[in-house]
Structures are given as structure tokens and as C-alpha cells.
Write a protein that binds this ligand. Structure first.
Ligand code: MCU
Length: 424
């Protein structure tokens, strides 16, 4: 009895340790489900509709909010196996520096090493500052980010995973460590690189940049990257993919039926963005045991603001709206429905244009999730040009999740029960 009570207490302490400061939704670790037991069935039945995100691998459904942590670990495993390829955990050595103008990263693992860097642009005022990792060099409103009080970390992901290489000879810092024939795609490699930048920020002591107040954004192929970076590192408090298109936020199952959208085979073949294993799914997304609404669920309940362009058919904004709507059901079940926002109702059709419509919700998101002031925008503005219908895509309902753990801990009275006489 005492041992059980002690376990219950240890469990509670673990939960406390996982939570950063009050109001913070990001985890202090890259993957807070790393200890979850994940046993996946060899194969799952094909489903034309979106897989039920609440159905666990053992066939039962998630019933408590606290179950999401290990359900997320299952989704992560599915996403790695079938979509992105493996994103390895932190390598044995990550070192580097943070200055007011830049970040250097040096990684060593299994006798191999690689280095890359990012530049830093601080806002006015005195730090330490929250920061947004801007992936690639275009399409992000860096002026709005700085005006909201966050620094910009400009991350060139091509140094970590180059484009223009065949899948058999991938290049960049990630592949210098894990091998040029690694089956991991560029998006997971970029996510690994962003995580190593966060490791260095974390180790820097927080005098310039705050590791507990980080966001990520990027447009187009770098929107695909921003989405994957936010999904695979729970230290990211705010994820803001812009016009990410196929291999980004839009549901894979919707793309084939969305007129003009970049086909899955095209997204798979244009660059090795997705993992090699995705190659067997491009003609049959119904056979995928996971879809991007569950990748949205990997981000939940952290801040997420998905921005899309409904004027360019190639960008698959209708399938993007379905990913957001289905993913929002996960946020709602977790009691954080306002933490996901979506906006595709924009005027300018230019891909990755600077857009005045997004400035206010973007700044409000930075304030809420990085500076922790005010409320989340909690806005869903879907363009009528590309409005998907969630009812067409699901045959599951959103559960009401309890607040407590599924198996309630043993009552605390056991802690005060004296052991029977003679039992020591
Ligand atoms: C939307 O992202 C990509 C798209 O997948 C590609 O087909 C196209 O070539 O480039 C887009 C992009 O990254 O534009 C800058």
C-alpha cells in the first residue's frame, strides 16, 4: 500500500516537473512522450476517411486528457514510419554559442560531427527575448514579429538538409551525421536541426534568448518545414506554417480530389522532403495509417496558427482547411480550442506575399504564447474559395475527455494509514 501511494506521489511529481511555468503550454523537453510504451500493429485497415485520432493502437479510445501524451507518442511513431522518416533524439554532443547576432551549433555523434549556424535579429528593448525561428529566407513577416517583441532567428535549413539531391545521396549536416542514404526526409532533418538550435539556446543560460518562449514560422516549402518543426519539438510554444501546400498541413487524403493541388507523387518527387517510406503511399493515401490532422494533434495544445492562400490551387488550401478543422477537434477535446487558429481568407493571390490580414492574429499569437499576455486569437477564417467540410472526412466523434488520469491514483488516505504492527 505504501509503495502504491509513493508511486502515485511520484507520478504527480513527474507531472509537475513536466509543466514549465504557469500558463506555458510548451514542454521543457523535446519529446515528453519518450517514455511511453508504443506498440503498433503490423498493418492497419485502409480508410478513405481520416483515421480516428482518439483511437489508440490497442483499439480503445482516449478517455482522459492525460492520455493524449502517450497517444501522441503513437502518432509520432506512425508519422515517422510512414510520412517523415525518423527524427533521431538529441545526439551525444551538442555545443554552440548564442550572441546578439547569431547562433552556432556543433553536433557530434558516433564519431561524426557537423556544424551549422543561424543569424539573430533582436527587437528593441532589453532581453532576454522570446524568439521566432524563421525557416528559409522569405514569406515571414519579420517586422511584425519584432514589433510584437520577439527576436528573429533566421534558420537556413538547406545547410542541414540540402535540396536538389537524389534520395540515395542526401546531403547537409543531418546526413553528415546519419549517413547520405538515411531514409529520413528533409523536413524531419530540418526539424532535427531546429531542435539542435533550441538545445544551444537552452544551454546558453537564457541571457539573450529564452528557450521557454520559442516559435517557428516559414512559407511554402519552409511552411512544410515549420509545421514539421513544431510537431516534432514540444519546446516550440507557437507554430505558424504559411502556405505550406502538399507535404505541409493539408490532409494527404484530400489532395488527390482537390482540383489543381500539387499531387502527392509530385511533392514526393520534387525534393526529398518526405521520408523515403512515403513513396509507397503516394498513389493510395487511404492506406496511410496517419494523416496531417494528427500531426496537428502532435502540436496540440500548444499555439498553432495555420495561414493559407486560397488563390493558388497548387497550395491545396481546401485540404489544409480540413486538416485544421479535424485537428481543432483534438484541441477542443484537450480543452484548449482557442489555441489553434486558421486563416485563408486573404486578398492578394501572390504566393508568400506580405499580408496585412495576418499581422494582428500573428502578433496576438506571439503575445499569448511567447510573451504570455492577452488571449489567443482563436480565429477560424476560411476562404469560401477553398472551404473543406469536416463531415465529409470523418466517421468518428470527438470525445469528452476527463481531466484526471484514466486510472485514478490510489487515494491519499493510504499515505496516512500506519503499517500493521510488526510489518516493517
Ligand atoms: C508550396 O511549397 C512548394 C511547392 O510544394 C513546390 O511544388 C513549388 O515548387 O514550390 C513551393 C515553394 O516552396 O515555393 C517557394
Amino acid at each position: 500500500m505504501l509503495a502504491v501511494a509513493a508511486l502515485a506521489i511520484t507520478g504527480a511529481a513527474t507531472v509537475v516537473a513536466r509543466t514549465a511555468e504557469p500558463g506555458a503550454l510548451a514542454a521543457p523537453v523535446e519529446d515528453d512522450g519518450a517514455d511511453c510504451p508504443v506498440t503498433l500493429p503490423g498493418s492497419l485497415p485502409a480508410t478513405a476517411k481520416l483515421p480516428d485520432p482518439f483511437r489508440k493502437a490497442d483499439g480503445t479510445r482516449v478517455s482522459a486528457k492525460s492520455d493524449w501524451r502517450c497517444r501522441r507518442a503513437e502518432i509520432r511513431e506512425l508519422a515517422e514510419r510512414h510520412v517523415y522518416g525518423e527524427k533521431p533524439a538529441k545526439p551525444s554532443s551538442v555545443t554552440g554559442t548564442v550572441s546578439r547576432t547569431g547562433i552556432t551549433v556543433t553536433v557530434s555523434h558516433n564519431g561524426r560531427s557537423a556544424a551549422f549556424s543561424a543569424s539573430v535579429d533582436l527587437p528593441s528593448g532589453t532581453g532576454p527575448f522570446p524568439a521566432v525561428i524563421v525557416v528559409g529566407g522569405f514569406g515571414a513577416d519579420t517586422a511584425a514579429i519584432k514589433a510584437a517583441g520577439a527576436a528573429v532567428i533566421s534558420y537556413d535549413p538547406l545547410a542541414v538538409g540540402r535540396e536538389g539531391t537524389p534520395r540515395t545521396n542526401k546531403q547537409g549536416a543531418f546526413y553528415s551525421i546519419y549517413g547520405s542514404s538515411s531514409s529520413t526526409g528533409l523536413l524531419a532533418a530540418w526539424a532535427w536541426g531546429a531542435s539542435r538550435i533550441i538545445d544551444v539556446v537552452e544551454q546558453s543560460g537564457g541571457t539573450i534568448l529564452r528557450a521557454d518562449a520559442l516559435g517557428v514560422t516559414g512559407c511554402s516549402r519552409y511552411g512544410k518545414g515549420a509545421f514539421a518543426i513544431g510537431a516534432f519539438d514540444q519546446r516550440i510554444a507557437l507554430t505558424m506554417p504559411v502556405e505550406s501546400g502538399s507535404a505541409g498541413a493539408p490532409i494527404f487524403r484530400g489532395i488527390a480530389g482537390e482540383s489543381g493541388a500539387q499531387p502527392l507523387s509530385s511533392a514526393y518527387g520534387e525534393q526529398p522532403w518526405l521520408g523515403d517510406a512515403f513513396g509507397s503511399h503516394t498513389g493510395n493515401p487511404a492506406g496511410l495509417p496517419v494523416d496531417t490532422h494528427q500531426v496537428v494533434g502532435m502540436i496540440a495544445p500548444r499555439g498553432l496558427f495555420i495561414m493559407e492562400n486560397p488563390h493558388v490551387d497548387w497550395l491545396a488550401a481546401r485540404s489544409g482547411s480540413v486538416a485544421a478543422l479535424a485537428g481543432a477537434e483534438i484541441y477542443k477535446a484537450l480543452g484548449e480550442g482557442a489555441n489553434i487558429s486558421y486563416w485563408s481568407d486573404v486578398q492578394d493571390g501572390t504566393h508568400c506575399a506580405a499580408r496585412s490580414e495576418w499581422r494582428a492574429p500573428l502578433q496576438q499569437s506571439i503575445q499569448r504564447f511567447l510573451l504570455r499576455t492577452g488571449a489567443a486569437p482563436g480565429v477560424f477564417r476560411v476562404s469560401p474559395r477553398k472551404a473543406g467540410n469536416l463531415a465529409d472526412w470523418r466517421d468518428w466523434q470527438t470525445p469528452t475527455l476527463s481531466d484526471g488520469p484514466t486510472t485514478p491514483p490510489t487515494t491519499t488516505t493510504t499515505t496516512t494509514t500506519p503499517p500493521p504492527v510488526g510489518d516493517d
